[in-house]
Design a protein around this ligand. Structure first.
Ligand code: NIG
Ligand code: FE
Length: 403
């Protein structure tokens, strides 16, 4: 058992948790001053004022957190951090007027990183991914989703999923890694159609990895020029059959009705949503599917952002993630991204914190964490600041500490 005592402020999100992360008001933030948390390896046992600690916990080993704040664990629910090479040149080309989609059509984009990734062996990929996981963890991020999707052939995608599994096992107890299979990220040039690639690579590989119990989730880039609605339905139906949770990249460059499809088929989350319209918002509001916004990508690509206010006002569960990847968002610091996004996209303070903790966890199916309440998992982030407000107020500073 452990006891964190004299915590300057604890952000418990108790009220946000009881509202299932929806329709959150500033008053749902649930902050306790001079607080204590008692927990064992599995569960939070008690939370309250340090002065009111029950007698049964008086003898538990204590860590004094005066001058620190504790929040539910910050979760980055959408990253593509396993990749080789970089796209610095393409970034400059975009500043000089080239378009992301045009660069991709000319053989750049995801297929460029496919070459960079295929040129590295397993050890090299493991080592650069470890560096990236460590860096995200240093920002206070305790759970990280990692998508494959830059191998784009049967053997390399199989290897990438196994590397992520290895990372997951190596970091167990320190960082919780969620292994998302995303071979359906782009169609390599040697396939005539997305449906040929789905049937020859994506579906058979999904079946193999599911039977080996290597992956936690599957994702697809549902977008014009990448994968269409029938590819997406095929993947989702296969996932339902195999009992693998699923999600999608939807409505990023065009309104393909991707958010609607994901919500109606029971996806854990559907992400991007820059072009999602009213029908998608309505379907999301009636579902458990989390709408994951990736504002870093909008900033990095210089595109308009998703309509966060419409989603939030409709009672959708909204999350924010980094989308860290080499092409559309080479920015890995979720707290920075969320701090910048909140005033620009119109998140109140509770919506902002729920977006990177509670709802981000739910976007990964982690429904036993996300708030500091009795019975949930003891997954926290700790910051050396006097009040919660300071964490997102100092743009670009990092106050995370690991104990
Ligand atoms: O989430 N949208 C699809 N995939 C990534 C982009 C990856 C890349 O450009 O390499 C994204 O934005
Ligand atoms: Fe992405």
């Amino acid at each position: 058992m452990k006891h964190y005592s004299n915590i300057s402020q604890v952000l418990s999100l108790e009220s946000a948790n009881s509202k299932d992360g929806r329709n959150l008001e500033p008053s749902d933030l649930s902050v306790l001053n001079n607080a204590s948390i008692v927990f064992d390896n599995e569960k939070i046992l008690w939370i309250g004022k340090t002065t009111e600690l029950p007698d049964i916990y008086q003898s538990v080993e204590t860590t004094d957190l005066t001058g620190h704040c504790v929040t539910p664990e910050v979760v980055d629910s959408h990253t593509h951090l396993i990749f080789g090479g970089d796209r610095a040149k393409e970034y400059s080309m975009r500043l000089n007027g080239a378009d992301y989609i045009d660069i991709a059509k000319a053989g750049g984009g995801i297929l460029n990183t496919m070459n960079g990734t295929n040129s590295l062996d397993k050890h090299e990929l493991l080592s650069i991914s470890r560096e990236r996981v460590e860096r995200l963890h240093s920002y206070g991020i305790g759970s990280i989703e990692i998508k494959t999707g830059y191998g784009l052939n049967f053997e390399k995608e199989y290897e990438l999923s196994h590397i992520v599994k290895e990372l997951k096992d190596q970091y167990k107890g320190k960082v919780q890694i969620i292994n998302t299979f995303m071979a359906a990220h782009a169609v390599p040039k040697n396939y005539e159609s997305s449906s040929q690639y789905m049937n020859e690579v994506v579906i058979p590989l999904l079946e193999k990895l599911a039977s080996e119990k290597v992956i936690d989730c599957a994702d697809i880039f549902h977008e014009s020029g990448y994968f269409d609605s029938s590819d997406t339905k095929l993947l989702f139906e296969k996932c339902i059959e195999l009992n693998i949770p699923f999600k999608s990249h939807a409505d990023e460059f065009n309104d393909n009705k991707g958010a609607k499809l994901a919500a109606e088929m029971g996806a854990l989350s559907t992400d991007h949503l820059l072009c999602t319209t009213q029908d998608g918002i309505e379907a999301l509001s009636k579902s458990k599917t989390v709408a994951t916004l990736l504002p870093g990508t909008g900033y990095f690509l210089g595109k308009p952002q998703a309509n966060a206010r419409a989603l939030l006002n409709a009672g959708v569960k909204v999350s924010i993630a980094s989308d860290y990847n080499p092409g559309s968002c080479h920015w890995d610091n979720l707290l920075q991204i969320a701090s910048l996004a909140a005033p620009n996209l119109g998140f109140n303070q509770t919506q902002l914190w729920a977006a990177i903790t509670l709802n981000a966890a739910h976007a990964l199916g982690l429904t036993d964490q996300g708030a500091i309440v009795r019975g949930l998992k003891p997954r926290f982030s700790i910051f050396k600041v006097p009040t919660i407000d300071h964490i997102t107020y100092h743009w670009g500073r990092n106050f995370a500490v690991t104990l």
